[in-house]
Design a protein around this ligand. Structure first.
Ligand SMILES: Cc1ncc(COP(=O)(O)O)c(C=O)c1O
Length: 341
């Protein structure tokens, strides 16, 4: 079997166990009305918002691989952390409920100034409670994983068997999950008769981009992966994509090429979690023209970045570009006032 092919990548991934929580494969759909509005290239959407459990999103694909370790270790409790409207926390809470595990979540307060009175109670925050997670408030310090580790140590001292899910479900195992998305895109785009010039998505903790980059080198080598920095920290995002890419490559024993990593800056200002005019335009266009539900923190900024690149002439009208919709829809309800809807 050639060492760079879809079947080869699939064979490497099959050696890593996964739980099977996510609904896969997710659809790849054309976006004809958004394409016409923007005057090309031909746009497609990879529906990673349709992974199913608990309103879905990109973390479930990662959790499928990461949580197989938790089950193998006999864990009885999942521990993770994120901001008040974290999609990652909501998906960890959903996975715990489905697997019958307890769930303790560090909720970092203060990273985002509440954009609406409902911010602490709506959207993902409401769903965390619905799924039965226990929430532990902590002030945001910029250090992502220390408070999660400390909470896990506390729970272990109480006799529980905690398993730490890192911030954003990003580590080597979480990242390699996104190589599996490349297999799906390769097959779906071939069936539809095209090769994507690029896959574009919002990049934050870096695991999604790391896996896409790794997978594309193995199975979709003419496709560029563009991660739109949504954190207003492009250098940190770039460093984390490199780190998780190397870790995932070691687990799969396939090559990772640092030069493949392209993080696009300039679409996250003024700060993480604060939408700008271009974000709101992207959310409204996707909703009005294609009935896609984007969010103000991740997928809205991701599409805003893609629209800016299209308007700057990055692709010809006869090229095909895939927007990877990573989810986040529930956060929309915590931002109603900002959206003016
Ligand atoms: C909706 C959504 N999109 C994109 C991302 C970014 O993915 P990653 O953290 O793997 O870079 C996240 C997670 O933080 C997310 O919740």
């Amino acid at each position: 079997m050639p060492r760079s092919s879809t079947a080869y990548l699939e064979q490497r991934l099959e050696r890593i166990p996964r739980v099977g929580l996510a609904h896969l494969p997710t659809p790849l759909e054309p976006l004809p009305r958004l394409t016409a509005e923007l005057g090309g290239p031909r746009l497609w959407v990879k529906r990673e918002d349709c992974t199913g459990l608990g309103f879905g999103g990109n973390k479930l694909r990662k959790l499928d691989y990461v949580l197989s370790e938790a089950l193998a270790a006999g864990a009885d409790t999942l521990v993770s952390g994120g901001v008040v409207q974290s999609n990652s926390l909501r998906q960890v809470a959903a996975a715990a409920a489905k697997l019958g595990l307890a769930c303790h979540l560090v909720v970092y307060e203060g990273r985002v100034a509440a954009p609406s009175p409902d911010y602490h109670d709506q959207g993902n925050a409401l769903l965390n409670r619905l799924f039965g997670a226990q929430l532990h408030k902590q002030p945001w310090t910029g250090e992502r994983n220390a408070a999660i580790e400390a909470l896990a140590a506390e729970l272990a001292a109480q006799g529980r068997k905690p398993f730490v899910v890192p911030y954003g479900v990003s580590n080597g195992r979480g990242a390699l999950a996104y190589a599996s998305t490349i297999i799906e895109i390769a097959r779906q785009s071939a069936a539809a008769g095209f090769t994507p010039g690029a896959v574009v998505h919002g990049s934050g903790s870096g695991g999604t981009q790391a896996g896409l980059v790794l997978g594309a080198r193995a199975a979709l080598s003419r496709t560029r992966i563009l991660g739109i920095d949504i954190d207003a920290e492009p250098d940190r995002v770039q460093a984390d994509v490199l780190r998780y890419g190397e870790e995932a490559a070691a687990l799969l024993q396939i090559p990772f090429e640092p030069a493949d990593v392209e993080v696009v800056a300039g679409h996250a200002d003024p700060a993480y979690g604060v939408p700008q005019a271009a974000t709101l335009e992207a959310i409204r266009l996707a909703g009005r023209l294609e009935a896609l539900v984007l969010d103000p923190v991740y997928s809205g900024k991701g599409l805003a970045g893609l629209i800016a690149l299209i308007r700057a002439g990055r692709w010809r009208a006869n090229e095909d570009v895939v927007f990877l919709h990573s989810g986040g829809g529930p956060a929309l309800f915590a931002y109603r006032e900002v959206l003016e809807l």
